[in-house]
Design a protein around this ligand. Structure first.
Ligand code: FES
Length: 118
């Protein structure tokens, strides 16, 4: 049996100076073996990142480009069936995937740039 070792790496995100608080942005990262869609969120001065993939069916979550939050800007809301997720930890509070989580992505700031671990 052959083993494939995948080494995670820190990838820079585009500039986020204009990201509202609270607010969200969708980012598509190009990898050597395809693309990864990421949600970047800001709330209370803190940043959070998740894979853009609903745990219910695997579809993207946004209503419109960069629009992931519900009308109160308190929760991430899936556009397909309306599941609500906490911004802080991606936990699904209500909807067909209640009790599940969005896939969290580690992030860090360096010299004013945001990097995510993919
Ligand atoms: S696809 Fe997201 S709640 Fe059904």
């Amino acid at each position: 049996m052959a083993w494939v070792v995948v080494v995670p790496e820190w990838l820079p995100l585009p500039e986020i100076d204009d990201l509202p608080d609270p607010g969200s942005r969708g980012v598509t990262l190009e990898l050597s073996n395809g693309t990864v869609e990421v949600i970047l969120l800001q709330k209370g001065g803190c940043l959070f990142a998740y894979r853009n993939r609903c745990p219910h069916t695997g579809v993207n979550l946004e209503w419109q480009p960069d629009r992931f939050l519900d009308f109160t800007d308190r929760y991430i809301q899936c556009a397909t069936h309306g599941a609500l997720f906490r911004i802080e930890d991606g936990y699904c509070l209500r909807g067909p995937c209640a009790g599940q989580h969005l896939n969290s992505i580690p992030l860090r700031m360096e010299s004013g740039r945001v990097f995510v671990m993919i």
